[in-house]
Design a protein around this ligand. Structure first.
Ligand SMILES: [Zn+2]
Length: 366
């Protein structure tokens, strides 16, 4: 089946012998395309994120999905790396930004998830085909072999995949009803989304950089703030790869030879003795209190809070403010946009002030 189908689709595979060559060629082609689209319009940062994502989806990603319907379950790290690289380019963030943040902010599945979707869509198409079609015939023969305990890699893998996402019954009935067929794409989308989301959440556990991110985000979906220009500061703050001491203290600096314990990574800007993490920067640090006025006015207005300054005095209140400002706690869209913009303006100004202070008065390697 694999061999015939592969030929049918023009994928030159022969029992996996040339598979490495095939992958290498596709990786090279995808990289070339990626650099071309980067040079053609993304580099300047003018192209909106949604448009960049469309370019990736229509011009680059298909190269890595070519033949995915018949190739089967393979480990392909380079494909994942290319996707993450492109994600970082689109987000305009550092190479060091955590992979989970890149996928999380853009709401992307792994490339494996994409290939699984393509494969199961193809299976749905094959079982619904007229029995006189060659592909359907090949499939039937292959399935009969598999049922008889003989080898059929493709059928075995499709079966396992359907089982793993809770669709065993569809395999057993060997076909889709009219209703199921109509909803097939949406069903697969939902099932794979669930699986990808679980894997993504699991991968986030135990990563110190994601201290803030884990609190702000638990769904794998596109973030609306990316539509706004000057979004980079927000991505850096949410994603934990930034210049705050909580992050910098994780690494050795030239004038100290040890990694600072978390409690030692205190804010050197306000000297309050508090750890300089994302929350301290956004909500508490006294050095930026004047810049915070406008942002808190928006909070008072949009969240109908008595007073943001009062709310922040309590632990729970602090987290509520964080969620509203740089998370997605507020359901009302226009209120959410207002809060995000206010937070973004604050972050940009405050970070500039912070970095000026660091450059002028502090040893930069703190
Ligand atoms: Zn401070």
């Amino acid at each position: 089946m694999e061999k015939h189908l592969s030929k049918y689709l023009g994928v030159e595979l022969c029992k996996g012998l040339n598979f490495k060559l095939f992958k290498d060629r596709k990786v090279k082609e995808a990289r070339q395309r990626m650099m071309r689209v980067w040079a053609m319009g993304m580099r300047g940062g003018q192209m909106p994120v949604k448009q960049c994502v469309n370019v990736w989806k229509t011009l680059v990603r298909p190269v890595l999905e070519y033949g995915a319907a018949v190739i089967g379950d393979v480990k392909w790290q380079e494909a994942e790396q290319i996707q993450r690289r492109m994600g970082k380019m689109i987000l305009r963030c550092s190479e060091k930004m955590t992979n989970e943040v890149v996928l999380g902010e853009l709401g992307w599945w792994s490339m494996k998830g994409r290939r699984d979707l393509v494969r199961l869509l193809f299976w749905g198409k094959v079982v619904g085909m007229s029995h006189s079609r060659l592909v359907h015939h090949l499939y039937s023969v292959s399935r009969a072999q598999y049922q008889a305990g003989k080898q059929s890699k493709w059928c075995k893998e499709v079966h396992a995949l359907l089982q793993s996402i809770g669709l065993e019954h569809v395999w057993s009935q060997d076909g889709l009803s009219e209703e199921e067929s109509k909803l097939w794409h949406a069903t697969l989308q939902a099932k794979i989304q669930h699986r990808e989301e679980e894997a993504w959440r699991k991968a986030m556990q135990g990563k110190p950089k994601l201290r803030t991110y884990r609190l702000l985000k638990d769904r794998l979906c596109f973030e609306d703030y990316l539509d706004v220009r000057a979004r980079e500061t927000m991505t850096r703050l949410r994603g934990g790869t930034n210049e705050l001491r909580i992050e910098k203290g994780r690494h050795r600096a030239t004038n100290r030879d040890h990694i600072l314990h978390e409690s030692e990574r205190v804010c050197l800007i306000c000297a309050s003795g508090e750890v300089e993490d994302e929350r301290h920067f956004l909500i508490d640090c006294a050095e930026y209190e004047d810049l915070r006025e406008t942002m808190f006015d928006v909070v008072d207005e949009k969240m109908k809070e008595d007073c943001a300054k009062e709310v922040r005095k309590e632990e729970q209140g602090k987290q509520r403010l964080m969620d509203a400002l740089i998370g997605r706690a507020v359901a009302d869209k226009s209120a959410a946009v207002g809060l995000r913009n206010a937070a973004m303006t604050f972050c940009k100004r405050a970070m500039k002030r912070r970095n000026d202070i660091v450059t002028r008065y502090l040893d930069q390697k703190t």
